[in-house]
Design a binder for this molecule. Structure first.
Ligand code: PEP
Ligand code: MG
Length: 891
């Protein structure tokens, strides 16, 4: 018989921490903590296999589930000494989701389940607190009504506000037991009116309703969006954990809180967290009340006068510190712990590896390795490459003028400027149009996830460091300031005001998520200093990495930045990018519109010295490291004169009449420039262009040799070829230029001639291309475009529909499509190697800086990946992780 239900409690458990695939992260860790003897309220977990069964069988359950749940519930009853549905002594439970990967706030939760018109009396009598019992009951109806029954949330909120108004009070806590009783009746009335049936009174029905809702929430829109953003497959499913309730809201000797074993923003090895006295779990995360600090030190640092838990509950705090140490050394990683104190007794409700900023991830991994808790390879595995992005990007220029208009909590570091938007949808819409936006909300909820992702930064007026906004922003690497309480948002007027300042939606603000500051206008930024931990971890990564990391760079600035970040050469110098500057573009245009070889040669003669100088600079910066120079590949439309002024300028410089230039421009116009006269097709039509470039490269090699003695071995790359014949013709021309320069300069040149693989035909005929080409570099931007038949320039208008509809899991221009494009890459690698064993293979499309694609590159055994300068550290780390994973596979 399949085991669908795993119990835990009283120092025992059916499951363990390594069963997270089956029990979800939450269920597995509760089982583990129970076995460790930590104070975990007893419960049981319904496995993720039930979720799969549920969706595979038309939302129904396996037959044995009921019986297994019944037994597991009986065990909880035995441990707690209360019975589910018992009038006098009722057991109440929480029902929560828990997937394999944590998805904070994405799915549904129901608390206080088991209350009804009768058991509420039992709860009141047992606790001697009628107010508490009715408060729990009204919370339950509200949550269950919203989550399970689908009654609109505001219907309950309206009733709550109504009774407060009638009683003339402003806080929930000022309502009496009698008020809450009335409220319960009104809530039940809302359910009856909206659904035409009463609120379910049978606890068993309540339980199966809640379990169904949790499984159902796996497929809600926000969970689907979250999974798409975090690459979590829908097939994993969620587990459901049913657990005996403990109460943090039974009085002033009760509390609820969230703690991190180390600081999740900085990584400092200091206990860190927040708690609320007399509150229920969700109050902390939801950001409804601003929570208090856990430790005295952090309270003092925050300048708060509300007592820390260390001061208000010293004995319980000591127990919590002890648990902190035990959990961290057990899991060997920073933990995020949820706890509740019920009448002075501490309970742990959850532990998981805590989300952290990139800076914290680095510091924690390095410090744990240095303390011998984990080894260096494990430290390398622990840091998510993409997260490094947060560290590499600019922070506010300390010297810049700034007008701070409000302060909040430093919830997620980084500086961001952008237009104010007040809703997640607007954030998404404006971002899609290319605007940078700051999402400003009272607080965020999981419904805002798409807008948070689209925004450059997030600003909230309520909520603490562990509020939804703060947690999600840190995970996404967005700058975030939370709880900026002085700000007033007026959604109707679409304004944000503070003091005498009123800003409108669309006005630009800047937030500094490291300082918690909000500024008017755009504040200039500077490059960050990278910490010692960064260099240490990068060093460890470099020690395990097999693939080399090169950069795509053509300007000295980019080349220098990339070197600083550890690039080991240039994998793609796009020579056409060297011509965009104002003083060059006219010469290039003149070359392009030239109608005779002589006119073209005259234009090229002007360009030659500029190109030579460019290459001298690059070779000098790269100091003997390999440099791959791609011969001209201009999508013509980017270069043709556009305006009347451009046309006149070209005519004037070329000394021909305007009509001819206009005519030639019209002649060169293409319907599909991406598939037009680009790449080596240009070199085939106009050999003198590539000859000039080859000459510039070789003369630069000679110049650098003469100046510094450095020997440069340039790798000359032919773009967009589909046949060996193209390569033969062009290589012969390059070799002839080399011979001429050798004779002129009296030197011996060393160089390689290779090609890009950017077309399916090139991949298929790779064995022939490799007869001429001495290296391949996969141009996966074009290879993706041509494999899918989707124009790179036009994909943006319809590709989102494809990812939304689940036809494509990811944008194939961002993450390499392994099944199609990937197959062409591995096939070309294999065919190329057959002809020329050991042929040098690299990738220089955008995918060269994408961690998932880098894993693929490792699996095909590429020699290097090449990416933009800012992605070099990301690629170094991703390549190291890929090598570690390949090692594990090989074992
Ligand atoms: C490519 O196609 O992947 C490539 C690197 O070349 P470009 O982006 O310049 O077309
Ligand atoms: Mg290309």
């Amino acid at each position: 018989m399949t085991k669908w239900v795993y119990g835990f409690g009283n120092g025992k458990a059916d499951g363990r921490a390594d069963m997270r695939n089956l029990l979800g992260g939450k269920g597995a860790n509760l089982a583990e903590m129970s076995v460790l003897g930590l104070p975990v309220p007893p419960g049981f977990t319904i496995t993720t296999e039930v979720c799969s069964y549920y969706y595979d069988h038309g939302r129904s359950y396996p037959e044995e589930l009921d019986g297994q749940m019944h037994d597991a519930l009986a065990q909880i009853e035995g441990i707690v000494g209360a019975r589910f549905g018992d009038k006098a002594n009722p057991l109440l439970v929480s029902v929560r989701s828990g997937a394999r990967a944590s998805m904070p706030g994405m799915m549904d939760t129901v608390l206080n389940l088991g209350l009804n018109d009768e058991t509420v009396g039992g709860l009141a009598a047992r606790t001697g607190d009628e107010r508490f019992a009715y408060d729990s009951y009204r919370r339950f109806i509200q949550m269950y009504g919203d989550v399970v029954l689908g009654v609109e949330h505001y219907r309950f909120e309206d009733e709550l506000e109504g009774i407060k108004r009638e009683r003339g009070v402003s806080l929930d806590t000022e309502l009496t037991a009698a008020d809450l009783k009335t409220l319960v009746d009104r809530y039940k009335g809302v359910v009856q009116t909206d659904l035409g049936q009463p609120f379910p009174q049978d606890p068993k029905d309540q339980l199966s309703g809640a379990i169904g809702a949790v499984f159902g929430s796996w497929m809600n829109q926000r969970a689907i969006t979250y999974r798409r953003l975090h690459d979590i497959p829908a097939s994993w499913g969620t587990a459901v954990t049913v657990q005996a309730m403990v109460f943090g809201n039974m009085g002033d000797d009760c509390a609820t809180g969230v703690a991190f074993t180390r600081n999740p923003s900085t990584g400092e090895n200091a206990f860190y967290g927040e708690y609320l006295i007399n509150a229920q779990g969700e109050d902390v995360v939801a950001g409804i009340r601003t929570p208090q600090n856990l430790t005295k030190v952090s309270r003092e640092q925050a300048g708060s006068d509300l007592p820390s838990m260390e001061e208000s509950m010293p004995e319980t705090f000591r127990q919590l510190c002890d648990i902190r140490d035990r959990l961290e050394s057990h899991y060997r990683d920073m933990q995020d712990i949820e706890f509740t104190v019920q009448q002075g007794r501490l309970y742990i409700l959850q532990t998981r590896n805590g989300k952290r900023t990139a800076a914290a991830a680095l510091r924690i991994a390095v410090e744990l390795a240095e303390a011998g808790v984990i080894d260096q390879r494990e430290a390398v595995r622990r840091v998510e490459p993409q997260a490094l992005d947060q560290l590499l990007h600019p922070t506010l220029d300390p010297k810049a003028q700034r007008e701070v208009i409000a302060k909040g909590l430093p919830a997620s570091p980084g500086a961001a400027s952008g237009k104010i938007v007040l809703t997640a949808d607007e954030a998404e819409t404006l971002a899609q149009m290319g605007d940078k936006v700051i999402l400003v909300r009272e607080e965020t909820s999981p419904e805002d996830i798409h807008g948070m992702h689209a925004a450059a930064g997030i600003l909230t007026t309520r909520g603490g460091m562990t509020s939804h906004a703060a947690v999600v922003a840190r995970g996404m690497g967005r700058a975030c300031v939370s709880g900026a309480g002085e700000l007033r948002i007026d959604p109707k007027a679409k304004t944000v005001s503070v003091g005498g300042v009123t800003l409108k939606a669309g006005d630009v603000i800047t937030i500094d998520g490291a300082a918690g500051e909000v500024m008017k206008g755009e504040v200039p930024t500077v490059q960050p200093e990278l910490s010692g931990d960064f260099a240490t971890l990068m060093g460890w990564a470099d020690a395990v990495r097999r693939m080399k990391i090169r950069t795509n760079a053509e300007t000295p600035l980019d080349a220098r930045t990339a070197r600083k970040f550890g690039a080991e050469g240039i994998g793609l110098c796009r020579t056409e990018h060297m011509f965009f500057e104002a003083d060059r573009i006219t010469a290039v245009r003149r070359m392009i519109v030239a109608e005779t070889v002589d006119a073209r040669k005259a234009a090229l003669a002007e360009i030659l010295p500029m190109q030579r100088k460019d290459f001298v600079e690059l070779f000098t910066i790269m100091k003997g490291l390999p440099v791959t120079i791609r011969l001209l590949d201009p999508p013509l439309h980017e270069f043709l004169p556009r305006t009347e002024e451009d046309l006149e300028e070209v005519a004037r410089i070329a000394g021909v009449d305007l009509g001819r230039v206009r005519h030639r421009t019209a002649q060169l116009h293409e319907s599909n420039p991406m598939l037009g006269h680009r790449g080596c097709r240009l070199g085939i039509s106009f050999p003198e262009i590539y000859e000039m470039q080859a000459r510039a490269i070789f003369e630069a090699v000679a110049e650098v040799k003469a100046a510094s003695g450095e020997t440069v071995t340039p790798e000359i790359m032919i773009p967009l070829a589909f046949s060996k014949k193209e390569l033969d013709i062009l290589k012969a021309a390059i070799v002839a230029v080399a011979a001429a320069v050798e004779a002129e300069k009296g030197i011996k040149l060393d160089f390689l001639v290779g090609t890009m693989i950017e077309l399916p035909r090139a991949a298929l005929r790779a064995h022939e291309l490799a007869e001429t080409a001495e290296f391949f570099s996969f141009g996966t931007n074009d290879l993706t475009q041509t494999t899918f038949g989707i124009s790179r320039d036009d994909a943006g208008t319809f590709l989102p529909d494809y990812t939304r509809a689940g036809i494509l899991e990811q944008d194939p221009f961002v993450t390499l499509d392994r099944d199609g494009v990937g197959e062409l890459v591995s096939l070309a690698a294999e065919r190329g190697r057959k002809t020329r064993s050991g042929i040098k293979l690299g990738i220089c499309g955008e995918h060269g800086g994408d961690p998932a694609s880098i894993h693929f590159c490792e699996s095909v055994g590429l020699d290097y990946v090449s990416c933009s300068p800012y992605r070099v550290p990301i690629a170094r780390l991703a390549a190291a992780q890929a090598a570690l994973r390949a090692e594990v596979k090989a074992e």
